[in-house]
Ligand binder design. Structure first.
Ligand code: PLP
Length: 340
């Protein structure tokens, strides 16, 4: 039976659900993994994750489609991206097929927590891994835990898709050959001060530049960025230090194959910002959030799409991608994993 929750008014916070998947890595191999009712973790005070932040994560959603199925969106890409993160952080890869199986098991065990179709809410899944044994000299852990918990969430931005304001901060997010392209907790730890500061100054998010030249747009702390040009081309920054968003890759495909628009990944210079028609952030949590204004050290760039609603192309992209996810529009082969 579905949980007694006011699905329409859910926020974006942690709510404990019944089961989480837990697998341990020891003596060079992963165990079978179990579904556990225990949401607490106990580990040594000198665990590698606590001292040296050896941890990475993923984020994806399960939701109820129009015809009543429970599905996930492209979990194979989360599996692959987590494997890439693990390799960069000297952590053991959790096999990609096992990852997708674990996602399936975890959602099935928490079906009562999957919000109903039309509520705007979804079941957020958080796969993650961390080095758990004690280290004091700097080296990778020898024991790891891989877990997936779920939590029901409402829309990321309460009050719908009101355009937000970005600022170009004086902080950098990622170095050219650093860890910006992997989903490591450490990328978020260092973003906390810039985001708290941005909020204090009245901005919604930071738009980070490339740290080598500070002339090119990269992304925000937790979302990629897309732009629409004056001639209706969808463009997104190309850089080795951007986290490869699955939402962004899907939107670029939708632009080209569903909307018949040109879509291009290329370097985007700060000077070009004033020439764009639309701008939006993209990621699993919010799908797309429109940007109304970008502030770069006293220069105010107001997007022509304005501050009241999404631009027309952003809206089409949003409607098409969420339509595909919710089963209202036919999905490309392999995008939708039916779980129940
Ligand atoms: C997770 C994340 C995104 C969004 O990726 P999705 O796969 O679309 O959810 C974008 N930027 C950063 C830094 C991220 O960590």
């Amino acid at each position: 039976m579905k949980k007694d929750i006011d699905w329409q008014n859910l926020g974006f916070g942690y709510i404990k659900t019944d089961y989480r998947f837990v697998s341990n890595y020891k003596d060079g191999k992963w165990d079978e993994g179990v579904l556990s009712t225990d949401s607490e973790i106990t580990m040594n005070e000198s665990a590698c994750v606590l001292q040296y932040a050896q941890t990475c994560f993923e984020g994806l959603k399960a939701y109820t489609t129009q015809d009543g199925h429970v599905v996930c969106f492209r979990p194979d890409l989360n599996a692959k991206r987590m494997a890439d993160s693990c390799r960069r952080l000297e952590m053991p890869v959790y096999p990609e097929d096992k990852f997708v199986e674990a996602v399936e098991k975890t959602v099935k065990a928490n079906l009562d927590w999957v919000p109903p179709y039309g509520s705007g809410a979804t079941l957020y899944l958080r796969p993650y891994m961390f080095g758990s044994n004690a280290v004091i000299g700097v080296k990778p852990a020898e024991e790891y835990q891989f877990r997936i918990f779920t939590t029901p969430v409402g829309p990321y931005f309460k009050g719908g898709a009101k355009p937000i304001t970005l600022r170009v901060p004086d902080f950098d997010r990622a170095a050219p050959r650093g860890t910006g392209h992997v989903k490591a907790g450490l990328n978020y730890a260092m973003s906390l001060h810039p985001i708290v500061d941005a909020h204090k100054q009245g901005y919604n998010e930071n738009m980070y530049l490339d740290s080598a030249t500070r002339t090119k747009v990269e992304e925000t702390g937790g979302a990629n960025i897309i732009f629409v040009t004056k001639d209706n081309k969808v463009v997104t920054p190309k850089s080795n230090s951007i986290l490869p968003s699955i939402t962004r890759r899907s939107l670029m495909y939708v632009a080209e194959h569903y909307l018949g628009l040109k879509a291009e990944e290329r370097e985007i210079y700060v000077e070009e910002l004033k020439d764009f028609n639309e701008c939006a952030l993209c990621g699993t949590a919010a799908v797309l959030s429109p940007v109304g204004e970008i502030v770069n050290h006293g220069e105010h760039i107001c997007l022509p799409s304005g501050k009241e609603k999404m631009g027309p192309i952003t809206q089409k992209l949003y409607d098409t991608l969420t339509g595909i996810q919710m089963g209202r529009i036919e999905a490309p082969e392999g995008w939708i994993k039916v779980i129940a």
